[in-house]
Design a protein around this ligand. Sequence first.
Ligand SMILES: Cc1cc2nc3c(=O)[nH]c(=O)nc-3n(C[C@H](O)[C@H](O)[C@H](O)COP(=O)(O)OP(=O)(O)OC[C@H]3O[C@@H](n4cnc5c(N)ncnc54)[C@H](O)[C@@H]3O)c2cc1C
Length: 889
Amino acid sequence: MAAFMRRLGVASKAGGRSAASLASLVSTQAAAGAARPAILAPQQGISWSFAELEQRAAVAAGALAARGVARGSTVVTDLPNSADNLLLQVACSRLGAAVATAKDEAALNELQKVTDLRLAVTHPGSEASNPALAQYSLKESPHVVEAWGGSSVEVRDAAAAMPREKVSVVWFKATDLRTHDHEPLSLAHAAGLPVLHLYVLDPRWFKSTPLAGFPRTGPRRALFQLEALADLSKRLEAAGHKLCVRRAVSTARAFEELCDDFEVAACYACREVCPEELRLEQKVQEVLKAKRAGELQLCWTYELHHYDDLPAEVRRKGASGFSGYRRCFSERVQVRDPLPRVDLAKSSPVHWTRAEGLPSSVTDLGLAAPAPEPDDRAEVSWVGGETAALTRLEEYFFESNDIALQFVGATNFPHDGHSSTVAKSQSKLSPWLAHGCLSARYLYAELKRYERERRQTDCTARMVHELYFRDFVRFSALLKGSKIFKLEGIYGRHPPGGWLQEDELLAPWCHGRTGFPFLDASMRELEATGSCCHAGREVAAWFLVCDLGIDWRLGAEWFESTLIDYEPASNWFNWAFTCVPRATGGNSIQEEAKPLRPPRTRLQTLEAIYWAAQQDPDGEYIKLWVPELRGLTGDLAREPWKATSQEPEEAPRVGSAPEEWPPALAKERERIGWARRTFPAGGSQVAVWWGCVREGAAASAAPSGTIERRLDPDDGREYTLEGLKEKYRGQYKLEEVRVYWKNTCEPLEAKTDPADGKAYTLAELHVRYRQQYTRQEIAEYFKSSCAPVKEKKGGSASVPRKKPATGWPEGYPLPLLPPASFFSIEEIAEHSRRGQARKAAKAARLEKELGGGSRVAGYAAPRSEPGKEKEPKPKQGPRRWAKAAPRDS
Ligand SMILES: Cc1cc2nc3c(=O)[nH]c(=O)nc-3n(C[C@H](O)[C@H](O)[C@H](O)COP(=O)(O)OP(=O)(O)OC[C@H]3O[C@@H](n4cnc5c(N)ncnc54)[C@H](O)[C@@H]3O)c2cc1C
């Protein structure tokens, strides 16, 4: 050995130590002189050059790797100090594995206590002198003898020799991290075998998103997951069990190892609904089959309703939209009771030598940054785990009565004074529900108990509605398959102008710097805390697809990365079902508010101003998250363009339908319908601040230069060629549409009408003169009498640019596109204030009746007088939901 090391040049270094691996030293020597002698053992007849040693080591390493030796493995040997031993050392060094020498039984027993020894490399018959080696057996009978170096060696396999313990396995995923109402856990513990609880931190979930390259699991959610796993592990340990965590291996590999080490009688897990998760389940099933292990049994643990209880036709085809599912759930399916708690202590625990501890930080999962500290503006700062989930549930329901007094519900239409930006109005249970720390059936059972023991209110009924929506999302995602991840979405459509691929406007959107306060507040809250209310998510998503025209998947990837309550079906289905169709069509509710102009023309997402007025009339929520606006009165904080020198102009009306008169304020549903139709169309009730726009943003990114739009005389609307093909699909051949586009449809040129000196496209001129002249006359007038203006229609400059506005709040970014609003928007805000005050009074009455200690927070916010704006209410410090669960069924 000493001579060999000298030849390697190691001994000449200080202290005879080298940082380089043995294998790399051999390679270096082989490269320097392939024929130079490496190992000389005349009594064995060996004289190997470095080249030969390297080649033999490669073959030996291949043989070891085929038996599962890899980086971090340890191979035991009792080979003497010989050429065979040296070859083994070099081969293991190539693989990054260690070699441990155990000359006798005692040494081997000691080694086994500290190291997981997978393979033994010995000379044939050596178990006679080292009986402990008898537990390592040859893989095949009668002998597998490797032609090694000077002599023959046996490669013996520990796993094949040792009797494997028969176990049931519970495979936990990121969506079922709890011990209550957990069918896989119940089944595994009822099987009468020792139970192994497995969690795989598969690197696939910590990679980057495919399009934008965001971390798939951002640091905040990664921390929540680790906390949830720590809590689960603690609960299992309290019953004498262990959570066996595997890190940095794929799920399939972890199952291969599991089957090598145990006789897996059956594996129980929660059933998933999205394609990637289903493929993973399939892979695990294949591994179990290949290893002749028991089956993977999947259970519906996530949803409120059991899939098997749905009517067959709903399982096969779904129901018609949410309303169809709601009817089905309320009329035809009974919610099952949560399962009784399992007595975990009854089953024997299993020790798996390969199990690792949980990472101490999210950076150990490959994330570049650690999880940020909780933001003290957050109403709730979430701590992962069942314990914190049950605590929050108990507090929100029984301790405070907030569920009956304050709850609004994520998807509730914002009317009757409901606002989801007000403290206590949201349960904020979604991160725990998404990670399965709280079972939906347990939540439902607690809700029913609350209603029995305390009071049923319209608020408690709304929670049922939300849980129904959650199931609608999961069951629909299962049926839609990969469509919810595709650019064309579930309706197979694109916007008429196609998607804009350039994404320089994505960053301001992600970080809440668009210049639209309600949207920015939501996105800043999302980034700072991992969550924002449902309305904020919708507004941000509509703005991305309709006003920026950006590939919606980039936005969905940002949500995937940042949401602490991310769950694939919930995120991607909400985007594909609720948000994308507004720009592409396919969903009649959304189509009502579809943009009528190309993206980046002017604000067309109505809710950015309408919901701001309804949900946050005094701008308190906005000011909390957008400090640049704190010095403004509530109305100006919602719409800072009103604080500038700019005078708004009436938005040119698009479309041929006459303008509608707004319904009475009290008729809120009709009013929103009117607003949805009117806001994108423009007209006398819609105001635009053309000069309040960030320099270069909308103009440079405007799509008019890249995607040509023309006017179809058939309906007087603007189309791209692709949009036109879509319109006439099934009626005309593609070639016919192309010719029609080229010869008949007018390019969208803006021209100055000599009658008033303003710029109009032909479409706009049609609207202007449709009462007086025929289409043909208008077209002729446009052609002959109107003079061309420089800028093309379709960009931000559809109306000539105004002088830049002054008086914009310092530090807050100017809008990415010209803002718009209703001239009468303050009526909405005032109506909402009154509604909120009524709701607060009702809650106070109810609270008295209930006699509980609930704090009726938020709804009574008095109307602030302009110029005497209060500072936003000081929020209580962030609440970390980490108390011990008071009621743990
Ligand atoms: C674009 C977009 C992406 C979204 N992504 C997610 C996501 O990844 N994970 C997620 O849990 N929710 C998602 N939502 C839905 C919704 O915004 C959140 O569930 C809600 O804000 C959570 O607040 P809460 O717990 O106070 O809800 P509550 O009003 O208390 O509702 C109770 C529970 O019902 C479920 N729920 C309610 N509405 C929905 C819905 N529309 N879709 C699915 N579940 C719902 C949630 O589990 C929620 O915790 C998304 C919505 C949009 C518009």
